[in-house]
Write a protein that binds this ligand. Structure first.
Ligand code: BMA
Length: 339
């Protein structure tokens, strides 16, 4: 197996636990999971499917908070150690380009990505059906929404952390208005973050049983010496409903619509009580990763059973070796995705 290195900043203060001796999987859970429990705020019953980033001396995050009226919105949180979080009690106050209040009707599954000096939040919002919302901030005090960048129906948008060939690049998953029984990951480009095009197919659901219904991008792709490491979710339908597991793939560095490697095994599937039991059972839904260039360590943040937030650890070498060991590329993965 070849050596692989992370291409990112050092992050010596990121959460970390060594792999337990008893663990045979390529990824292992934080021993104190879940890190966010139920009823974290007076009007929020559950926080899950949330994204974090390094910021200042510690970490910042955007959190899917399910209000007591059942409607999801995005809340800001701060942490010194990436594990214990303080949340703002009110939803993030989005404005339009003129600075006027411009709140989405609902907002869920946020991702948070920095490109150059700007932080972007992307999420699923209502635009006459589920669609992608994007907002930018430089100070986490003002949050300016970019008006309806994508058509409905679409979910699971996540930006790459740098421009590629001069363009912003976004992964997303076109879907339907309901619980979508299909879905592949597509890629789109934009010169200005406002108008998106050059939509290409990246990868589809596969014959692997754990991801044979639909897939969707999870954490922002992580740059490595061997390409972009993408953690994503894969879904199988069962007689008792959908089961969400976490998978991984490597995308081409300059043409990320091409998949270089794809793992036939999931990395992590629901098996702990907080993943199997909750508002929606059997869901592991990755939305963010922290990574340290010096050690190759990765901490993956994932929603658990639409009720909690969990953390799992791996290293870039360990996950890469595992992907290569169980590589299952298809012709449709390796195509540039243009027809
Ligand atoms: C998906 C999204 C996720 C959720 C999952 C399981 O369609 O809505 O937010 O975690 O279903 O309920």
């Amino acid at each position: 197996m070849s050596d692989i290195k992370l291409i990112c900043e050092p992050l010596p203060n990121m959460p970390w636990q060594d792999k337990p001796e008893s663990c045979s999987a390529p990824i292992w859970r934080h021993s104190e999971n879940p890190i966010i429990n139920r009823n974290p705020l007076p009007n929020v019953a559950r926080i899950f499917n949330s994204a974090v980033m390094p910021y200042g001396e510690g970490f910042i995050g955007v959190f899917r908070g399910e209000q007591r009226n059942g409607v999801p919105h995005i809340y800001l949180g701060r942490s010194r150690d990436g594990l214990r979080w303080d949340f703002d009690p009110e939803k993030i106050p989005f404005t339009d380009e003129k600075g006027e209040p411009f709140m989405p009707i609902y907002a869920y599954d946020p991702r948070l990505v920095r490109v150059d000096d700007t932080y972007y939040i992307m999420w699923c919002q209502d635009c006459y059906g589920p669609s992608i919302g994007i907002a930018r901030t430089t100070d986490f005090r003002t949050f300016t929404r970019i008006e309806n960048p994508f058509l409905p129906y679409n979910r699971n948008a996540v930006l790459f952390p740098r421009k590629i060939n001069g363009s912003y690049v976004m992964l997303s998953r076109p879907c339907d208005n309901g619980h979508t029984a299909f879905g592949d990951i597509f890629i789109s480009e934009s010169r200005d973050m406002e108008f998106w095009g050059r939509h290409r197919h990246v990868m589809g659901r596969s014959e692997n049983w754990w991801e044979n219904l639909k897939i969707g991008a999870g954490a922002a792709p992580i740059e490595t010496t061997e390409g972009w490491l993408l953690f994503y979710h894969g879904v199988v339908n069962t007689c008792n409903g959908y089961v969400y597991s976490i998978g991984a793939a490597i995308l081409d560095k300059d043409e990320p619509s091409k998949v270089l490697h794809r793992c036939s095994n999931y990395l992590l599937a629901p098996e702990e009580w907080y993943e199997e039991r909750g508002f929606v059972p059997n869901v592991c839904f990755p939305c963010a990763a922290l990574a340290d260039s010096e050690t190759g360590r990765i901490a993956l943040y994932y929603g658990c059973a639409d009720s909690y937030v969990g953390v799992a650890y791996t290293t870039v070498q360990e996950v890469y070796d595992y992907i290569l060991k169980y590589d299952c590329l298809t012709v449709s993965d390796t195509e540039e995705g243009r027809r």
